[in-house]
Design a protein around this ligand. Structure first.
Ligand SMILES: Cc1cc2nc3c(=O)[nH]c(=O)nc-3n(C[C@H](O)[C@H](O)[C@H](O)COP(=O)(O)OP(=O)(O)OC[C@H]3O[C@@H](n4cnc5c(N)ncnc54)[C@H](O)[C@@H]3O)c2cc1C
Length: 297
């Protein structure tokens, strides 16, 4: 059931932040609208004002920084991000994650900032952004701050954003050219469904790995324990089993309409093993300290 609201298009970030800060319970940020309008239509949210951030300076800017990182305006639609991302295996997880959201039409509207700020435990882009070490540039009525994405979520639908604050951009740090990454989403249908489980994995030279999970905990989860694992020379079957068991131990899934907790735990194990094998087959053993997929098969 819709309620009436006013649609506002501010001219500056300061104007938007001040308005949101002065109307703490009645004004909401509006980017692509693919989450917020659904909640308004279902009657779960009854804002008096929707503050459109798509026309603010830089909100849809996307580009490479001089330090080799990438800056993505928070209101940039997912299709634009997919087109922009460097054709390098290190960014493959983010390209796959972006591509897995909804349908082509949804991705034309849906923004990266909206996917993050909605704070769904199953948001597809978040595990990929977590393994890439993303940070958020946040603007508020009294200034700007930077927050690592891993510190942004407090629980389902809850973030560290204070009243009047808006995520302005998503910052990805420099990524080694030899990095390889993957995002594997398991869902009930091939398109237009949230993940039952999402696994993002990054493999860096020196046999360092990063794993993040979606849909298996109250908030997207970076599995810090696996970042300590360093196989001696080559990845063995035992190393792979250690990674899988650490990742499964970190997950705390629930049963809901998409899957049972037990099935989700099973999927985490299967997809973590698959992700690691896939990455090992992609990277050159010499460049990556002797890693080889043959050792793990
Ligand atoms: C049919 C359908 C299929 C979908 N499939 C998927 C899917 O497969 N995977 C998936 O992850 N999601 C999916 N979604 C959810 C949705 O499309 C994404 O979460 C999308 O990225 C949200 O972006 P948006 O710009 O539309 O956000 P909006 O709806 O505009 O905003 C979402 C929330 O974030 C807040 N917000 C937005 N931008 C900012 C900002 N910069 N700063 C502060 N707060 C902000 C808004 O106030 C609101 O609370 C689907 C939605 C639909 C309708």
């Amino acid at each position: 059931m819709w309620n009436e609201f006013e649609y506002l298009v501010p001219n500056s970030w300061a104007e938007a932040c001040n308005f949101l800060a002065s109307n703490p319970y009645t004004a909401k940020v509006y980017a692509g609208g693919t989450d917020i309008l659904v909640r308004c239509r279902e009657g779960h949210l009854k804002p008096e004002y929707l503050v459109d951030i798509k026309h603010l300076p830089g909100s849809r800017a996307i580009g490479a920084n001089s330090d080799g990182g990438i800056s993505i305006g928070a209101a940039t639609p997912l299709n634009e991000i997919e087109r922009f991302l460097p054709d390098r295996l290190g960014f493959q997880a983010l390209r796959q994650a972006v591509h897995s959201v909804g349908s082509y039409q949804i991705r034309n509207r849906a923004s990266l900032g909206g996917n993050i700020c909605n704070a769904s435990p199953a948001a597809d882009t978040v595990p990929a952004l977590l393994i890439l070490g993303a940070a958020l540039s946040i603007v508020g009525a009294i200034g700007e701050r930077s927050v690592p994405l891993c510190d942004f979520f407090l629980g389902p639908g809850k973030t560290v954003l204070k009243q009047g604050e808006i995520v302005k951009s998503i910052e990805l740090p420099f990524l080694d050219e030899r990095a390889v990454s993957v995002y594997i989403k398991t869902a009930r249908t091939k398109a237009v469904d949230l993940a039952q489980v999402g696994v993002a994995m990054l493999l860096l030279p020196g046999r360092r790995i990063s794993v993040a999970l979606g849909a298996v905990a109250p908030k997207p989860l970076r599995v810090l324990a696996v970042e300590e694992i360093r196989p001696q020379a080559v990845w063995t079957k035992e190393d792979l089993e250690i990674v899988v068991s650490q990742v499964v131990a970190a997950a705390s899934p629930i049963t809901d309409l998409r899957a049972t907790a037990e099935y989700r735990r099973h999927l985490v194990a299967v997809q973590t093993g698959r992700a690691l094998r896939e990455l090992l087959s992609l990277c050159s053993p010499r460049e990556n300290g002797g890693m080889s997929s043959e050792e793990t098969t």
